[in-house]
Design a protein around this ligand. Structure first.
Ligand SMILES: Cc1cc2nc3c(=O)[nH]c(=O)nc-3n(C[C@H](O)[C@H](O)[C@H](O)COP(=O)(O)O)c2cc1C
Ligand SMILES: [Fe+2]
Ligand SMILES: [Fe+2]
Length: 396
C-alpha cells in the first residue's frame, strides 16, 4: 500500500491484502482485507500505531523508508493479535531505541506470543496522556473488543481515535477514507458479525467510554478510515441494541431432499405471514453470510436430517458457531427428518447453551414430509408470527 497522508504529520503506512480469502483459518474474506498502521511525526517523538501481519512486513518497512523514517520512539500496540502486532519484533530490530507502549495485559500477551523482551515495554494506564511535543496521545483501555487486552489510542490535537479491530472491516480497497458507504456497511457488518458479536456487552461499555471524545476521524486497522465516524458508530449502536427484527434465519442441510422439502415449504409459509426469512444451505453458503443474518434476527430455525444418530455434521458445525457467536436471538426451533430414530433434536437444542432463547415446538418427521407434516410446519410458522407480534416487531 502506498504511503498516504491522513492529516498533516500523520500517515497511513500499512498494507492491503487483496488476495487473502481466509482469516484465522475460519472466516471467509470475500473482499480481502488490509492491515492499517499509522505513523505520527510530532515535534519531539515519532510514533508507529500498530504494525501489520507478518506476511506484509516488507511493505510496512518500505513505507517507513519512503517517509525517510530513521528513528521510531514509540510503537503503540492496541491489540496483541498477530495481524497487527506481528511486525513489532522486526520494527524493534530495525529501531533498537523504540519502546512498545501498551497496557500491562497486552504487554504480557506480546511477551508470550512474540517473545518480545520485558525491557522493550513502557506500560500505559487507562486514560494516561503521553506528550509527543506538539501532539498528545491518550490511551483508552477497551477490553474485550475482541480480546481481553484491546485498547484505543486517541490523538487529541487531531481528534483521531485509533481503534485497531474495533469498528473495522475486512475490505481491500484503494480508498483511504470511506467512499462507498453501502459497500463498507456490508463489510463492517460482516466483520462485526464474525468477530465482535459475542462481545455486545463489552462494546456497549466501550462505546459509552468514548462518547465524550471529539472524533473527527476513526482510524481502524482493517478497511478504510472513517472521516464521518457517526456512520459506523450509528451502525454499531443498531447492531448491539437489544432490538431484534422480524426475521427468521434457517441454516439447513439435506442429503436426499426430505429436509429440503420441509425448508422450502416453511420458507414460503413464513413469507406468507409477512416475515423476512433467510435460508442458508450450509453446503453452499459461506458462514459469514449466516453470521451477518444473525445480527438482526429474532428467530433461528435449524433444519437437519438425522445422520448416525445426531444432526448432519455440517449442522453440528453451524450450531456450534451460532452458539459461540451469541447472537441476540429470542426464539429457536428445529425441523428435519429421520429414517428410524436418533437424537438429532436433543443434540441441537442441547448445543445452544449460550443463547437465551425460548424453544418453539420442533417439527421432526419420519422420511419425506406429508400433508400432516406441512400442517405442523404451518403451526410453527403461526407460532413464530405470534411471538414476533408479542415483541412488537416493526411491521405489525
Ligand atoms: C449416512 C446416513 C446416516 C443416517 N443415519 C441415521 C440415523 O442414525 N438415524 C436415523 O433415524 N436416520 C438416519 N439416516 C436416515 C436419514 O436421516 C433419513 O433418510 C432422512 O429422511 C434424510 O433426510 P434428507 O432427505 O433431508 O437428507 C441416515 C442417512 C444417511 C445417508
Ligand atoms: Fe483481532
Ligand atoms: Fe485484526
Amino acid at each position: 500500500m502506498v504511503v498516504r497522508e491522513v492529516k498533516p504529520g500523520i500517515h497511513s503506512v500499512g498494507a492491503i491484502d487483496w488476495d487473502r480469502r481466509l482469516f484465522d483459518e475460519l472466516i471467509p474474506l470475500p473482499d480481502g482485507t488490509s492491515y492499517n498502521a499509522y505513523l505520527i511525526r510530532s515535534s519531539e517523538k515519532t510514533v508507529l500505531i500498530d504494525t501489520v501481519d507478518p506476511t506484509k512486513e516488507r511493505e510496512l518497512i518500505d513505507n517507513l523508508v519512503e517517509l525517510g523514517i530513521n528513528n521510531i520512539d514509540y510503537v503503540i500496540a492496541n491489540h496483541a493479535e498477530q495481524d497487527h502486532s506481528g511486525a513489532i519484533p522486526k520494527i524493534l530490530q530495525l529501531h533498537p531505541n523504540a519502546k512498545v507502549l501498551t497496557n500491562p495485559k497486552c504487554k504480557d500477551m506480546l511477551k508470550d506470543l512474540l517473545l518480545i523482551p520485558d525491557g522493550k515495554f513502557i506500560e500505559v494506564d487507562d486514560g494516561e496522556l503521553v506528550s509527543l511535543g506538539e501532539k498528545t496521545l491518550q490511551f483508552i483501555y477497551a477490553p474485550w473488543v475482541h480480546w481481553p487486552e484491546t485498547m484505543f489510542t486517541y490523538l487529541r490535537e487531531d481528534k483521531i481515535l485509533f481503534t485497531c479491530d474495533f469498528l473495522g472491516s475486512h475490505l481491500a480497497t484503494s480508498d483511504l477514507f470511506v467512499a462507498d458507504e453501502a459497500r463498507v456497511y456490508e463489510a463492517a457488518k460482516r466483520y462485526y458479525a464474525e468477530i465482535m458479536m459475542p462481545f455486545r456487552t463489552a462494546i456497549k461499555k466501550n462505546l459509552e467510554k468514548t462518547k465524550d471524545l471529539e472524533m473527527e476521524i476513526v482510524a481502524t486497522s482493517h478497511g478504510p478510515i472513517y472521516n464521518k465516524p457517526e456512520f459506523i458508530i450509528n451502525a454499531y449502536r443498531d447492531w448491539i441494541s437489544d432490538e431484534v427484527k422480524n426475521e427468521v434465519v434457517i441454516p439447513y442441510v439435506s442429503m436426499h431432499g426430505s429436509t429440503k422439502r420441509m425448508v422450502d415449504y416453511f420458507v414460503d409459509a413464513l413469507i406468507r405471514r409477512g416475515i423476512t426469512v433467510k435460508p442458508f444451505n450450509l453446503t453452499k453458503t459461506d458462514i459469514g453470510e449466516l453470521a451477518m443474518a444473525l445480527v438482526d434476527a429474532a428467530t433461528l430455525v435449524i433444519a437437519s436430517p438425522t445422520v448416525l444418530i445426531g444432526p448432519h455434521p455440517s449442522v453440528v458445525y453451524a450450531t456450534y458457531l451460532v452458539n459461540a457467536l451469541r447472537p441476540k436471538l429470542k426464539f429457536a426451533s428445529v425441523i428435519g427428518s429421520y429414517g428410524w430414530g436418533g437424537k438429532m433434536l436433543e443434540q441441537i437444542t442441547g448445543a445452544l447453551t449460550n443463547l437465551r432463547v425460548e424453544i418453539l415446538d420442533p417439527v421432526v418427521i419420519k422420511g419425506f414430509p406429508e400433508e400432516e407434516d406441512f400442517r405442523a410446519l404451518d403451526r410453527l410458522a403461526d407460532g413464530i408470527l405470534d411471538k414476533h407480534k408479542t415483541l412488537n416487531l416493526n411491521e405489525f
